[in-house]
Every structure is written in C-alpha cells, then in structure tokens.
Ligand binder design. Structure first.
Ligand code: PGA
Length: 255
C-alpha cells in the first residue's frame, strides 16, 4: 500500500499563499524523484482556494482535498457545498468528521456516514477522521469511543466500497497542542481500527485500507510514527502550512 501524506490547512491561507506554496511544493517534490510510486500526497485548503489549487496542480500527482461537504447533491442548503461541485473543481479528497467539525459544528456519526456515502457516490475519496478527547483517554474509554465512531461512519457501507475509503486517527488531545501520541499509543489504536475493519470486511480489505495518524505531526516525530506497522501515513495540520515543514514530512514518508 502507498503511504499517504495529507495537509489540512484548516481556516488558514490566502490566494497569495496558494500561489507561493504550489510551486515550492512541486520544486521540493521534484527532488524526491519517483516519490509518486510509493506515496499519495494531498492538500486540503479552505474551500475558496480549492479551484485555484486544483488548476495549479493539474497534471501533477498531488491531490486536492476539501475539508467538509454537504451530503446532498444540490438543494436549498444555504452556505453548503455539494460533492459534485467539488468534483467539478478538480477535487479528489475530502475530510469527513474532523474533530473540529464534530466539536464545534455538531457533526454526528450519522452525518459522517451520510457524507461518506455521498462522497463515494461522487467519486471522491473520503478521509474519515476519528479520535477520542483527553477525558475519554484518561477514563480508559478511548478504544470504545473510536470503535463507536468507526462503526458509526461505516454502518451500511457496501463491502466493495471500502476500497475507496481512507481513515485517519487523530486523538483530539494531540491536535494543535504540540502533544503527539507516542508511536506505540498511535499504533495500538490503528491496530484496533484495523481489527474492526477485518471483523466487518475481512482481513484482506482491512489490510488494504489506509489508516493515517494526525495530531501535531512534525518533521521531528513523523519518522517514528511512520515506522509503526499499522500507520499508513499522516494527516498534518500546522506543519502543512509551509513547504519548509511539510516537505520533510513527505521525505520521511518515503523511507
Ligand atoms: P495539527 O492538526 O497537525 O496542527 O495538530 C492535525 C489535524 O487537525 O488534522
């Protein structure tokens, strides 16, 4: 399986940042010759920049991702963006159920499931984010919480559709805090998620599903995280905002 490196800009950036970032990223990637054979690299900028980012990356093997989507293809949903609109802009990926969406915007497991299915329908790759908050980990409930989120997101998913799904484990206490899960803590959860997938879809499909880690990933800790057997890549927030910190993470993902 290819390793994944996906940058999540959150609500950061500007038109000029996109203009400066894309050539710098492409220049850096050029130096890692052949990277596209073993890696999938994606960037999720805010929605207003998706079209520009996608057009600048046309013809390059770097994928563009949205950070959110509405599950319906069209309709009276003021302020929302539909999956076919993303597709039309040249978007490939979409985050679903990011902890900020769950905590600040009330996104439920059911909403995550609807979005996941709508994205697959529109031929977009969903990256489904799951993760426990600190109190849940301290109470020893982290495995159960993530299990509920994974089961909730994938309930009713036709088995042949799993191949189009990416998961990301992002412990909420590690997001934007500078505290990373230890590689062992992260791998324990990744193995747990994979076992859930295996129980539902079979060992082969579970082994083929990318499970990314996110939460304060930096060039300094990426190597140790990626060395874990069940970690198939990273979802990078703060460190993806500058090619100078994102590129070394991509480089670690190659080795
Ligand atoms: P962070 O964010 O790398 O800044 O912790 C990760 C994320 O929220 O996807």
């Amino acid at each position: 399986m290819k390793q994944w490196v996906v940058g999540n800009w959150k609500m950061n950036g500007s038109l000029s940042m996109v203009s400066d970032y894309v050539p710098a990223l492409l220049d850096g990637l050029l130096e890692l010759s052949g990277w596209e054979r073993s890696l999938r690299v994606g960037i999720c900028p805010p929605s207003p920049y998706l079209g520009m980012m996608a057009s600048k990356l046309t013809g390059y093997p770097v994928e563009v991702g949205a950070q959110n989507v509405h599950p319906k293809p069209s309709g009276a949903f003021t302020g929302e963006i539909a999956p076919p609109m993303l597709r039309e802009l040249g978007v490939d990926l979409c985050l679903v159920g990011h902890s900020e969406r769950r905590q600040l915007f009330g996104e439920t497991d059911e909403a995550v499931r609807e979005k996941l299915s709508a994205l697959l329908e529109a031929n977009l790759t969903p990256i489904v984010c799951v993760g426990e908050v600190l109190a849940e980990r301290e109470a020893g409930r982290h495995l159960a919480v993530v299990e509920r989120q994974v089961q909730g997101a994938l309930e009713g998913l036709p088995p042949e559709r799993l191949a189009g799904v990416v998961l990301a484990y992002e412990p909420v206490w590690a997001i934007g805090t500078g505290k990373t899960a230890t590689p062992e803590q992260a791998n324990q959860m990744h193995a747990h998620i994979r076992a859930l997938l295996a129980a539902r879809f079979g060992a082969g499909p579970a082994a083929g599903t990318p499970i990314l880690y996110g939460g304060s990933v930096t060039p300094d800790n990426a190597g140790a995280l990626l060395a874990q057997p069940d970690i198939n890549g990273t979802l990078v927030g703060g460190a993806s905002l500058k090619p100078a910190t994102f590129l070394p993470i991509i480089q670690h993902s190659l080795s």
